[in-house]
Design a protein around this ligand. Structure first.
Ligand SMILES: Cc1ncc(COP(=O)(O)O)c(C=O)c1O
Length: 398
């Protein structure tokens, strides 16, 4: 074995403009918050920070749910936390699958020994409500799952019709809000969602590393009535509650060492959301999304998703015939330091996934991306019909 200590240069990553499916650009305020000195995870000042994070998360989820916490781990940890707590082995769950993340949930549910009932829907369209109703009616499932913001396709899902289906027998609704949180309204209470999970690295503009979740009181009652222990020790909400939400007067107890710095980041990211306010933040995301669409359509490119189902945070732009999307994306990265995503699964090579999330959803980014995209598409043999930048600038001038 070589015993010489390796000599490794310090990291010097460039400042990429992150306009892909996530992570999104992190505001300097959040980066500065992460440089603050560490507190211990039971320090009264850190506990106050935790309380403030919970208060702000309730605002963003639009809920009064007591159990509203950031799970340590990325969005997938939040995803696993919802089903690990709400399902027991053998339980049926109806899964609406209209993209990559529905498939991931299928995998997770299978590993828990629960019985997933798949409702296959088109990648690029919303959930098929009639098919879902049929699956619900013909199953014994108590739980239904859908993705509000399918990052793989750019589709926004309306929650209300899903709640209506679940209400046919007082069921439980789980929603993935990883790419909607902080941009599209979630309305956890208004939509009576029983468990929602999200991530920090999209429209909350923090680095990846925490998964905000919220559980309704009904969901907690269901978890408390389980016949079997939650199979995951790490994600068991019964245990997490003792650290995040012990009854008044009872000291918080250690569960696992909270990622202190990530919580600082989330605290500052959420402060920025509350300062801007949810309605203004939604309006900003919508406006920049519309400007981008005006630009790409002027260039002669299409959008993969019908206008009424489009996400503002993730724009699925169709790759023109004969163009190699990977080459265009490589040019954007190498020549402009801009990251955009490619399609996944059935949409590989067919769409560019352009993220306009949180601090990344700006007029400057839209105009820069359109200019850069035009240059890179031309270099790959596609002749844009018209100027995307001009069309977007006209949109902004309205
Ligand atoms: C809709 C959706 N769900 C779940 C996840 C999983 O989150 P993570 O990659 O942070 O684990 C993602 C990540 O992009 C996502 O977009």
């Amino acid at each position: 074995m070589n015993t010489d200590a390796p000599v490794i240069p310090a990291l010097t990553p460039p400042r990429r403009i992150l306009l892909g499916p996530g992570p999104s650009p992190v505001d300097d305020r959040v980066l500065r918050a992460m440089a603050a000195p560490l507190l211990g995870h039971l320090d009264p000042l850190f506990i106050r920070t935790m309380d403030e994070i919970q208060t702000m998360l309730r605002y963003v989820f639009e809920t009064n749910n007591r159990l509203t916490i950031p799970v340590s781990g990325t969005g997938s940890a939040g995803m696993e936390a919802t089903v690990a707590n709400l399902l027991e082995p053998g339980d049926e769950i109806v899964l609406c699958i209209n993209g990559y993340f529905g498939e991931r949930m299928y995998d997770m549910v299978t590993r828990l020994g629960a019985k997933p009932i798949r409702v296959e829907c088109e990648w690029g369209g919303p959930v098929d409500i009639e098919k879902t109703r049929e699956a619900w009616r013909t199953s014994n499932a108590q739980v239904l799952f859908a993705v509000q913001a399918e990052t793989s396709t750019g589709v926004l899902q309306d929650i209300a019709p899903l709640r209506e289906i679940v209400d046919e027998r007082d069921g439980y609704l789980i929603v993935d809000a990883v790419t909607s949180i902080g941009a599209h309204a979630i309305g956890a209470d208004r939509n009576r969602i029983d468990a929602v999970y999200a991530g920090t690295q999209k429209a909350l503009s923090c680095p990846p590393g925490l998964a905000p979740v919220t559980f309704s009181d009904r969901a907690i009652a269901k978890i408390k009535a389980r016949k079997t222990k939650v199979s995951s020790w790490y994600l068991d909400t019964n245990l997490l509650t003792a650290y995040w939400d012990s009854p008044a007067g009872t000291p918080r107890t250690y569960h696992h060492t909270a990622p202190i710095t990530m919580n600082y980041a989330l605290h500052e990211g959420l402060r920025m959301v509350t300062e801007e306010g949810l309605p203004a933040r939604a309006a900003r995301h919508e406006r920049n999304h519309r400007a981008l669409v005006a630009g790409v359509e002027a260039m002669g490119l299409g959008m993969h998703v019908a206008p009424e189902h489009r996400l503002w945070t993730l724009n699925a732009v169709s790759v023109p015939e004969g163009v190699d999307d990977a080459k265009v994306r490589a040019r954007l990265l190498n020549e402009f330091d801009i990251e955009v995503g490619g399609g996944l699964g059935a949409l590989k090579g067919k769409i560019f996934r352009v993220g306009l999330m949180g601090a990344g959803s700006t007029e400057n980014n839209v105009l820069l991306l359109l200019a850069a995209l035009e240059k890179c598409l031309k270099a790959e043999g596609f002749a844009p019909k018209d100027s995307g930048v001009s069309a977007a600038a006209d949109f902004y001038a309205q």
